[in-house]
Design a binder for this molecule. Structure first.
Ligand SMILES: NC(=O)C1=CN([C@@H]2O[C@H](COP(=O)(O)OP(=O)(O)OC[C@H]3O[C@@H](n4cnc5c(N)ncnc54)[C@H](O)[C@@H]3O)[C@@H](O)[C@H]2O)C=CC1
Ligand SMILES: O=C(O)CCC(=O)C(=O)O
Length: 428
């Protein structure tokens, strides 16, 4: 079959497979709760968020026209504490995705043992086509629209895809104006001068690196000289590529929304970092690129999807060459693909564990905001390492002891705390 035929068949298989993130999350949560011995009532409680707010945000665009944007804020479960999770600005944001993302936040917070439940937000928009003024008005409008259900002791947003510290600053300023007092603890991922934490920007990637190191130890792979492929070159992917490169690994391919760059001898990561724009775009500067689909199937030791969901599916899971796949992105691998990779003996470190470094340092930021006393980058990094190494080991041991794959093990570890908190509160 020619290349076009193979691509067509893969597209067909992808269509047949369930790519609904909410449905697949519910399947694994149900299985995890069953393994933990919880009743069906617990599943009924946890299968959907407790609260989902849909808002419509009118924004005056630079040309004078008014555009109405749709946004969401989902709060999955607040039995443990206030809900926590990022805000995504992306054209493909939808209600089910935001719900699933908030459920994953609950699981992440359980895995790294934070006093939070999970939340997540999103706005359907394409910030790459908007001016700074339009983005500021949209960010402020979103905060006004969700202000009743968020706050430093209710639900604390943070950055995610196509949002950054500037957007967090506008959102914090808008919330502080509404409440009429300075509220740095309303949001994390802020610039340092507004109460941001040392190390938050790099935290997601640092967490992923710790998981890669732990996974590599289990597989007897040395990081020095290992070949690494990274999908996505934004906050998570670009820092990750840099850290792996600095640790002596050979980063042979990276990508962004427009394509991938490949060099079997290793890419010049510092050069690419220098050239990327604020949306993590760099491949458009080069002629010779691969597709994101081709990138995933490249020969390598370690593959890190660090972009968007549903990238590794039943259609390409058999062609993945890496022996370790570490999910920096949320939801990059479907359930069917998870099974295929696990059956093939590939060590898959799931998103709810691998990408939990970001929310861990967000928690540190919130603690520092609450106490008004700030830590050094070394302190943050050391605390993050301790948390992540412990979390990895808990999930890895659970997988072994219960003879389940790492995703199911992570859901079991992550679901336990919110289930117990819900039970003690008398909700179930
Ligand atoms: N920023 C954070 O603290 C955290 C991020 N994550 C997850 O990591 C992933 C990446 O997030 P960030 O790096 O923060 O976003 P970002 O906005 O900084 O970068 C996104 C990157 O993905 C690329 N991309 C977008 N659409 C793509 C597509 N269809 N195919 C391939 N590449 C595409 C962009 O070009 C860019 O390089 C997301 O799944 C996010 O939910 C998870 C935990 C924390
Ligand atoms: O930093 C945070 O609070 C949340 C980060 C996030 O949205 C995620 O882990 O997916």
């Amino acid at each position: 079959m020619g290349a076009a035929g193979v691509a067509g068949k893969q597209a067909e298989q992808k269509m047949e497979e369930s790519l609904n993130l909410l449905t697949s999350t519910q399947i694994v949560i149900k299985e995890a709760l069953g393994k933990l011995g919880y009743s069906d009532e617990m599943y009924e409680l946890l299968k959907e968020p407790l609260r989902m707010l849909t808002v419509r945000i009118p924004v005056r665009m630079d040309d004078g026209a008014i555009r109405i944007f749709t946004g969401y804020r989902s709060q999955h479960n607040d039995a443990v504490g206030p809900t926590k999770g990022g805000v995504r600005f992306h054209p493909e944001v939808n209600e089910d995705e935001v719900k699933a993302l908030s459920m994953w936040m609950s699981l992440k917070c359980g895995i790294v043992d934070l006093p939070y439940g999970g939340g997540k937000g999103g706005i359907i928009c394409d910030p790459r086509t908007m001016s700074m003024g339009e983005l500021e008005r949209l960010s402020r409008g979103y905060v006004r629209a969700i202000s009743q259900i968020v706050g430093p002791t209710k639900d604390i947003p943070a950055p995610d895809v196509y949002t950054n510290s500037q957007i967090m600053a506008w959102m914090m300023d808008e919330y502080s104006r509404l409440r009429e007092y300075d509220s740095p603890g309303f949001i994390t991922g802020k610039p340092l001068v507004l109460g941001g934490s040392q190390g938050r920007e790099k935290a997601t990637a640092q967490g992923v690196v710790i998981c890669i190191e732990e996974a590599a130890k289990k597989r007897g792979i040395s990081i020095k000289g290992a070949s690494v492929v990274v999908q996505g070159f934004g906050n998570a992917g670009s820092f990750l590529a840099k850290f792996m490169h600095d640790a002596g690994a050979k980063v042979v391919a990276i990508s962004d929304a427009y394509g991938a760059l490949y060099d079997p001898d290793g890419l010049d990561i510092d050069y690419l970092l220098d050239r990327r724009d604020s949306f993590g775009t760099v491949t458009t500067l080069f002629d010779s690129t691969l597709t994101n689909e081709e990138l995933l199937e490249l020969e390598c030791d370690i593959l890190v999807p660090a972009a968007v969901s549903n990238q590794i599916t039943a259609a390409n899971a058999h062609n993945i060459k890496a022996s370790i796949v570490v999910e920096a992105a949320n939801g990059p691998t479907t359930l069917e693909a998870t099974k295929i990779l696990s059956d093939r003996g590939i060590l898959l470190v799931p998103d709810v564990l691998a990408s939990s470094g970001g929310v861990t340092v967000s928690y540190f930021e919130w603690v520092q905001n609450n106490q008004g006393y700030y830590w050094t980058e070394e302190e943050v990094t050391e605390k993050l390492r301790k948390v992540l190494v412990q979390a990895f080991e808990n999930v890895y041991q659970t997988a072994h002891q219960r003879n389940v794959n790492m995703r199911l093990a992570a859901y079991m570890v992550g679901a336990r705390k919110m289930s117990e908190a819900s039970r003690f509160r008398g909700w179930v």
